[in-house]
Design a protein around this ligand. Structure first.
Ligand code: NAD
Length: 357
């Protein structure tokens, strides 16, 4: 397996260094993997005047998986739109055809106080949101600004999904559910939107291929409510780009800690971009304060979805659980009585806890 490692900006390089230690441990355990680093985001702009330098895109295209830290920084905020760090990331996702975004939201027992919900509502939460990433109202044409007949300004976007786009993300949803608890909830707004009516029809058709998976449909407004009322009713949620954007942030925050949550964005061949859901945290960059666990857990997702070695992913997740049980805490998840450590020491603790069977 060839991995493109793109540390990016801010805390990106610090947390990526910890994830690379995990990759090296995986390699020592006899799994063939090699990696190469390249700049992206602000680092890409600094190195080559482009947030996605051609050499970086080429490396990503030639690799089986991409491991990305985070991009962005105050010093790049005034750049023209196309040169901003975030544009590099969007172009990378688009170029690699990463249409499915998997975001697990899991509450670790040791961190149950971090959630704003009551412990009895949230204990044991473990759900996965599968979000379509390359279609919907973010990409539909036409879109724009215009003046209407009375001279008033109007903004407009087009919500649009083709049958094939719905079908392929529905398959990812069902396959993800089949590998977990066999429960899939498809979220739409089929009482109002034509796009959602088609979405519901196609998802229902795809369900015939997965008789063991129990499918239900839910309107997005109800899903938003149910996620805070009783989030444990969900195992896997599949939804479009716009609804997924909002619901996945909501689900992530149920767990209370942004530094703990990984994500995977996959194309149809299983190639994936793996990254934490948080940004480059310029406020704490370079201070050995960042939590590297979301980044390390992104490597676990890589083992599951690109390497197709779920047992390796499980080993990495077990190591993270172990260091939490041993009370290691970076400042963002620190509580009284715990053992406060920096980025580097947390990475080392995970390596020490790592066991491959
Ligand atoms: P952020 O996620 O970077 O930070 C939000 C807060 O969470 C900050 O207080 C930060 O210190 C803290 N935080 C984030 N990750 C942490 C970690 N691993 N450990 C401990 N604390 C952590 O979001 P922001 O401040 O809105 O954005 C900062 C920059 O990141 C911006 O330039 C933004 O555009 C960019 N960004 C990039 C991505 C990405 O690369 N995928 C995602 C979101 C934001």
């Amino acid at each position: 397996m060839r991995i493109a490692v793109l540390p990016g900006d801010g805390i990106g390089p610090e947390i990526t260094a910890q994830a690379v230690k995990v990759l090296q441990a995986v390699a020592r355990a006899g799994v063939k993997c090699e990696y190469q680093q390249a700049p992206v985001g602000g680092a890409g702009y600094d190195a080559a005047g482009d947030p996605l330098p051609e050499a970086t895109l080429h490396l990503a295209e030639q690799s089986d998986a991409v491991l990305l830290g985070a991009v962005g920084g105050y010093q790049y905020d005034q750049l023209p739109r196309e040169q901003r760090p975030e544009r590099g990331l969007l172009r990378l996702r688009k170029s690699l055809g990463l249409f499915s975004n998997l975001r697990p939201a899991r509450l670790y027992a040791e961190l149950s106080d971090a959630s704003s919900l009551k412990a009895e509502v949230i204990a044991g939460l473990d759900l996965m949101i599968v979000r379509e990433l390359t279609g919907d109202v973010y990409f539909g044409q036409p879109r724009g600004l215009r003046r209407n007949d009375s001279g008033e300004r109007e903004g407009f976007d087009t919500m649009l999904y083709s049958e094939s786009e719905i079908r392929r993300i529905a398959h990812v949803g069902f396959q993800t559910a089949a590998a977990r608890g066999n429960k899939l909830c498809s979220v739409d707004k089929a009482n109002v939107l034509e796009t959602s009516m088609l979405w519901r029809e196609v998802v229902t058709e795809v369900a015939k291929d997965y008789p063991a998976v129990q499918l239900r449909h839910m309107y997005v407004d109800n899903a938003a409510m149910q996620l805070v009322r009783d989030p444990r009713q969900f195992d896997v949620i599949v939804t479009g780009n716009l609804f997924g954007d909002i619901l996945s942030d909501q689900a992530a925050m149920l767990t209370g800690s942004i530094g703990m949550l990984p994500s995977a964005s996959l194309n149809e061949f299983g190639k994936g971009l793996y990254e934490p859901i948080h940004g480059s945290a310029p406020d704490i960059a370079g201070k050995d304060l960042a939590n590297p666990l979301a980044m390390i857990l992104s490597v676990a997702l890589m083992m599951r979805y690109t390497f197709r070695r779920p047992e390796l992913g499980r080993s990495i997740e077990a190591a993270v659980e172990k260091v939490l049980a041993q009370s290691y805490r970076t400042p963002d998840i620190f509580e009284r009585g715990a053992r406060k450590v920096g980025t580097e020491e947390m990475g080392d603790a995970v390596i020490a806890a790592l066991r491959f069977n």
